[in-house]
Structures are given as C-alpha cells and as structure tokens.
Ligand binder design. Structure first.
Ligand SMILES: C[S@@+](CC[C@H](N)C(=O)[O-])C[C@H]1O[C@@H](n2cnc3c(N)ncnc32)[C@H](O)[C@@H]1O
Length: 245
C-alpha cells in the first residue's frame, strides 16, 4: 500500500528483517549499497555517499574533542569518512549482521559498534551517558513510527551534557505530503519494504516537542543533493537538519 497524507504505523520487525537480510547476504561488492539501496544501479550509492560526505561532514566540525554517537550506523559508512583523530565513536544498529559487518571493517581502537535498538541507547551506553558532543541520526527516521521518534529524541539531550553539542539529522522526506509504504512489495529491491516519508514540517514539529525546549536550535537545514541526477524519485527527496546548543 502507498498511503498519502494520513498517519499509519509500519512494522519495525519487517524493517529489521529487511536490513538483517541485506547485511547477511552481502556479496563483498559495493559496501555502501547494503544500506543505500540502489540495487538497479549500485554505483549510484557510491556517488551519493561522496556527495553526502562532501556536504555533511564539514558541518559536523569534527576534531580531537569529538565524541560521536552514530545511531542506526549501518555498515559504519559515516565513520569511514571521519578524521582519524576524533576522540571517540560509538555506533548502534539493531541488525546483528550489520554490526558484524561494521565491526569487521573497523580498524580504529577508539571506535566500537553495538547491536541494539536506538530506543535502548541509554541502556546500551549506560557507562558513557552524557559524554557525547556529536549525535548523528542519518537515514533511519523513515523506518520509525512517530511515537518512537519522539521517545528517541527525548533521550538525546541527556546523552549530550557537554557544552557545544551538535546533532545532525538526515532523512528522506515527502516533497509535498507524507507518504507511507506499508505492506508494500518493492520490485526494485525484490523485497517487502516499509517506510515513512514525512514532510520537513513534521520533522520540525518533532524538534519543537523535544530538542528545542532543551536548548537546541536548528542552525541549518536544506536539501542534501545539489545535483538533481542524484535524486531519482519525484515524491521524495533527501533533507538534513543541523541542531546545536
Ligand atoms: C538506510 S540505513 C542507514 C545507515 C547509516 N546511518 C548510513 O547512513 O549509512 C538504515 C539503518 O537503520 C537501522 N535501523 C532502523 N531502525 C532501527 C532501530 N530502531 N534501531 C537500530 N537500528 C535501526 C537499519 O538496520 C539500517 O542499518
């Protein structure tokens, strides 16, 4: 089903199964395509990754004091692009095979990956609560229901008690209206596929209910790709927000 406008929950179990299958059946080629889902043209994943990293990475202002939390980290794509001298990196993803893949690719001693739901971040990283000054939430809000996004965002301020906290959110958004894929079979991905493309305004409302009352401000927001060729859909596009306090 393609549901336009109205709010319908999707199945978190199906999302988890989908990504678990992609990671466990990885064939050794085009690592970023495991999570960037361009099965018809896997090279596009590489191009999109390059464009995204070029645009987003400088905005994270990473240096030797940066303690990065990468929620729903996938194969560790963002870590690949980070400077060696960051202080600490923690990645969490609920797909066990994804975390195995990410860990097997990691050579940094200050980086660790954990299996679990982002909603359990405070339990998974109980020993390091408060120590983060960079939180990345890249390309997974599409797979979470509204209540879960609000629950997660409410937990973030307590994870970042240091001064100078910066959050980056990137999501596929609905251009004109919310679009939900539910009980949907994707011919392109040859799989059941569920996701929610919210509007930019819906994301702003989430921030207004969670991060903004805790002192965060949206310091920047924009469409991700300057090159239209990198965006291959009409109804959805990639968008990012930077929040700081
Ligand atoms: C499109 S990928 C993005 C991966 C990574 N952030 C990146 O940009 O390369 C989405 C990832 O979110 C993970 N994911 C989705 N919902 C999650 C949840 N509730 N808890 C933990 N991981 C989740 C999936 O397993 C998958 O690896």
């Amino acid at each position: 089903m393609r549901i336009k406008g109205s709010v319908e929950d999707i199945s978190t179990d199906k999302v988890k199964e989908f990504y678990e299958h992609r990671a466990s059946s990885y064939n050794g080629e085009n690592i970023y395509n495991v999570t960037m889902l361009q099965d018809k043209n896997p090279e596009l994943s590489e191009e999109r990754n390059k464009a995204e990293v070029a645009k987003i990475l400088p905005k994270l202002k990473l240096d030797e004091n940066s303690c990065v939390l990468d929620l729903a980290c996938g194969v560790g794509r963002l870590l690949d692009a980070m400077p060696e001298n960051i202080k600490l990196y923690r990645g969490i993803d609920f797909s066990e095979s994804m975390i195995e893949l990410a860990s097997s690719r990691n050579t940094r001693t200050n980086a660790k990956f954990f299996t679990g739901s982002v909603l359990d971040v405070d339990k998974i990283l109980a020993d390091e609560l408060g120590s983060f000054n960079r939180v990345l939430m890249i390309a997974f809000f599409m797979y979470m229901n509204d209540d879960d996004i609000l629950a997660l965002l409410k937990k973030i301020p307590a994870l970042m008690t240091q001064k100078g906290g910066l959050i980056c959110v990137k999501a596929s958004i609905g251009v004109n209206e919310r679009l939900t894929l539910k009980d949907f079979y994707s011919e392109e991905l040859k799989s059941d596929y569920e996701s929610i493309y919210r509007t930019r305004d819906e994301y702003m409302k989430f921030f207004e209910q969670t991060l903004i009352p805790e002192g965060f401000t949206v310091t920047e927001e924009n469409y991700l790709y300057d090159d239209d060729n990198l965006n291959n859909r009409k109804e959805t596009t990639q968008y990012y927000f930077i929040l700081e306090r």
